[in-house]
Design a protein around this ligand. Structure first.
Ligand SMILES: [Zn+2]
Ligand SMILES: [Zn+2]
Length: 275
């Protein structure tokens, strides 16, 4: 039976990189680590970076795109991103390896169906991604967004696994060391989700089939694992959900999630919010 395997290789403003696999299809989502470190993290979860065929970028910020050019030149991988992202890369891939995509327009790489979802963030044309294996497994990677409009929430219904930004604790950010202009940027609708905002998103997409929640892109200065985890677990407990919560790390790859056990025959009903 086919399944989706998803692994957070690195998460945070020091570099983001995730791995998604189904059947013979192996892709990286974001390339924010140096090439050598990307290869090392892949190897730590039993994957050879040489087997990766495609890289998907969420946006051009260096913590997501740093190694996209070199990955393309060294390994010949195609780099998929919106036109806005491709045009804004500091070290772009060769033209023949650039593959433009558009928010809301699904496409296929091998066995993986991928839907980019436009998100509000201070980048050229940023997106989140929803992945489906065609056999019922569905996962999403949603980081770097200042708020979650209805369109984003709709795209996140019926997931088995959700990688969700919980960037900062609002109070820690306010009282923390960042200059006022940066605090304002992070808190804005084009910035990053706080723990409370992330928890709200989780509450709005939660359903009995959601089995894995990965809290991602935590700020080193303005958040703690404990704060983020507490915010998510409160939502899950209130709803009686048994979803597993893990926190993405900057320092090491997480255990891969295997969504095979989560395949369902039918989709759950949509929440009343969207009825
Ligand atoms: Zn980022
Ligand atoms: Zn960003």
């Amino acid at each position: 039976m086919r399944s989706v395997r998803l692994c957070v290789l690195s998460s945070g403003s020091g570099g983001n990189c995730l791995y998604v696999e189904t059947g013979a299809t192996r892709v990286l989502v974001d390339a924010g680590l140096p090439l050598k470190e990307t290869a090392k993290r892949c190897a730590s979860v039993g994957v050879s970076v040489k087997d990766v065929t495609d890289v998907l970028l969420t946006h051009e910020h260096a913590d997501h795109s740093h190694a996209a050019g070199i990955l393309a030149r060294r390994l010949g991988v195609q780099v998929h991103a919106t036109r806005g992202t491709l045009q804004s890369l500091r070290d772009p891939p060769p033209p023949e390896l650039k593959v433009p995509l558009r928010g809301g327009e699904p496409f296929q790489i091998g066995d993986l169906r991928i839907t980019p979802v436009a998100v509000p963030h201070d980048a050229s044309e940023p997106v989140a991604y929803v992945f489906e294996d065609g056999m019922g497994a569905r996962a999403a990677i949603v980081t770097d967004l200042g708020c979650a409009p209805r369109k984003v929430l709709l795209a996140l219904q019926g997931l088995d696994a959700l990688v969700l930004e919980m960037n900062h604790d609002a109070r820690m950010l306010l009282e923390g060391p960042y200059p006022f202009s940066l605090k304002r940027r992070i808190r804005s609708d084009l910035g990053h989700l706080s723990n409370a905002q992330g928890a709200q998103v989780l509450a709005q997409v939660l359903h009995p089939g959601l089995r894995h929640v990965v809290l991602a892109h935590l700020s080193e200065h303005n958040n703690t694992e404990r704060c983020a985890r507490t915010a998510a677990e409160c939502v899950l407990e209130r709803a009686g959900s048994g979803a597993n919560v893990v926190v993405g790390s900057q320092a090491r790859a997480l255990e891969p999630l295997d969504l095979r056990a989560c395949v369902r025959i039918s989709r759950p009903r949509q929440l009343a919010l969207f009825a």
